[in-house]
Ligand binder design. Structure first.
Ligand code: FAD
Length: 494
């Protein structure tokens, strides 16, 4: 096999990053940062199988609109993405969601009802609004209020988000409110995903305070001003030009010769006794490296390490993924009957609709559409829908148009339609996920100079992906160069 990379620069450690999504970009950037500090000379390479960087992040600018095919914002509560933006000089171009109207609607009996004020993803921080909401029956409200008196659950270990909510607040809260919210955020089935891996703070609340509503109420005064009614829409920021600005800002910091687009990796191997890794490329060539960071989805990582370590491959393969599509439609504002006085709507499975949620993009952030237009983004698919991406783009667009038309009282055809497909893109943190991740980390640590990063392991949001990429870079460098990362380059550890 030809050696594509040749010898590494004199004295520099050569690290290959596989995958040019935000985790791989953050890893490559961290390598550059540490290298630039001069203590560990680094020669990074980033291999990406597609013809562009960003992975799931994909911003399209067309017709005066800024269209997000993937994520449209990230949380500031988790510091790593904001901290990266600060180091990239992008922080002053981050914009928050608009001040008002920060609320989320829930589709209920064909109408859009606001999520009760203070409802924090799994439970209420204020009882008044939930007692008044038409989303729940009186029986449902009484059952919800029982959270105040119910004892702690006797649950050893992990449980699903759905089981937790049904236990604390009852089935109706789960089906009518939590299921659509969780499906929208995680494209997941709440009855299958792990509470400990996705929302550990609720587990902690029960452990410490017993009642979730009481614990939320205690923390609410701090959070209420900032949050409005829906955590999905609160405390988020985005670059003014769209998420691709983040990708481009990182890319500008990487030496052009380090980035190899349209260059898929087929396998990573370490021939018996060899000090160097061999990274086999899809075109039949290979490159030698001191260290390797796999910032690929777990199902791809499984393929890449199958020959190196079949057990590691099997562990990665066991993380399932869901597929989804985002359909963005622009309308003349006057053609949309609904007031769009919120940031979006979530749709319960029981409504029998194709869409699981929609964001009112031109309301949520300024500058997303020309004046007089409404930019709406519908999500389809997720863990509860099978075969979604067997449908062609026209069928997906038609389904979104139909549902948005009914739900938002739209009386005209869209001015613009864009479909973005995300096959097997969203890892599903099933019950027991943390144990699986611990086993993966333990197995991977048997291979000095190898690290895994990305959404599959310790959080799907952009901040967690940034952190995982940066930590992978530090781990590999520390292992390879035998040095600790200079304190002056410390990143937030919270
Ligand atoms: C529709 C949608 C909306 C979302 N919205 C938000 C949001 O608003 N806020 C938020 O914080 N998070 C959001 N997320 C989650 C977040 O966007 C993702 O978890 C994150 O972008 C994943 O980044 P990653 O680098 O781990 O993976 P990816 O972005 O999947 O990148 C992996 C890269 O590896 C490449 N690759 C794969 N195999 C190989 C190979 N063999 N060789 C070379 N390259 C390879 C792929 O082409 C890809 O570019 C959303 C996710 C989806 C799907």
């Amino acid at each position: 096999m030809a050696n594509r990379g040749g010898a590494s620069e004199a004295g520099a450690v050569r690290i290959v990053v596989v995958g040019g999504g935000i985790a791989g970009l953050a890893a490559a950037h961290r390598l550059i940062e540490v290298g630039a500090a001069g203590q560990i000379p680094v020669e990074p390479f980033l291999f990406e199988s597609r013809d562009r960087l960003g992975g799931i992040i994909a911003t399209e600018r067309t017709g005066g609109c800024i269209i997000e095919g993937g994520p449209d914002a990230f949380l500031t509560e988790k510091p790593w993405a904001v901290a990266l933006c600060e180091r990239l000089g992008l922080a002053d171009r981050l914009i928050p969601t608009r001040e008002a109207p920060r609320r989320t609607f829930v589709l209920h009996r064909g109408r859009l009802e606001p999520l009760p004020d203070g409802f924090a993803l799994l439970g209420p921080s204020r009882l008044g609004p939930v007692l008044r909401t038409p989303l729940l029956s009186w029986r449902g409200k009484l059952r919800l209020a029982m959270d105040l008196v119910l004892p702690r659950g006797r649950v050893d270990g992990d449980e699903s988000v759905g089981a937790f909510v049904a236990r604390r607040f009852g089935r109706e809260v789960l089906d009518r409110v939590v299921q659509p919210l969780v499906s929208a955020v995680y494209t997941a089935d709440p009855s299958a995903i792990s509470l400990a891996a996705t929302m550990p703070r609720f587990r902690e609340m029960e452990r410490r305070h017993r009642s979730i509503a009481w614990a939320l109420a205690r923390s609410a005064p701090r959070r209420r001003d900032a949050e409005g009614s829906g955590p999905r829409w609160s405390l988020f920021v985005t670059p003014s030009g769209g998420m691709q600005d983040l990708v481009e800002s990182v890319a500008r910091r990487l030496p052009p010769s380090a980035v190899r687009l349209r260059q898929g990796v087929a396998a990573v191997v370490r021939p018996n006794g060899a000090r160097m890794w061999r990274v086999d490329l899809a075109d039949g060539t290979a490159i030698a490296a001191d260290g390797v960071i796999l910032a690929t989805p777990a199902h791809q990582t499984a393929r890449l390490v199958a020959g190196l370590d079949p057990d590691l491959g099997r562990l990665c393969e066991a993380i399932p993924y869901a597929s989804s599509a985002a359909v963005t439609l622009a309308y003349r504002r006057a053609d949309v009957g609904h007031a769009l006085d919120g940031f979006g709507v979530v749709v319960p499975r029981s409504a029998g609709r194709s869409i699981l949620a929609a964001t009112f993009s031109s309301v949520k952030f300024p500058g997303r559409a020309p004046d007089g237009q409404a930019l709406l983004r519908a999500f389809l698919g997720g863990a509860l829908v099978h075969g979604l991406l067997d449908r062609d783009d026209d069928a997906l667009a038609a389904a979104a148009e139909q549902d948005l038309g009914d739900v938002l009282d739209i009386r005209a055809r869209p001015l613009l339609v864009r479909v973005h497909r995300h096959p097997a893109a969203m890892p599903q943190y099933l019950v027991g996920h943390q144990e699986r991740v611990r086993a993966i980390a333990a197995q991977a640590s048997r291979h000095a100079g190898l690290a895994l990063a990305g959404a599959a392991y310790g959080g799907v949001g952009i901040p967690d992906c940034v952190r995982s990429g940066e930590e992978a870079a530090e781990r590999v460098l520390e292992g390879v160069a035998g040095a600790s990362i200079p304190g002056a380059l410390a990143r937030p550890r919270r």
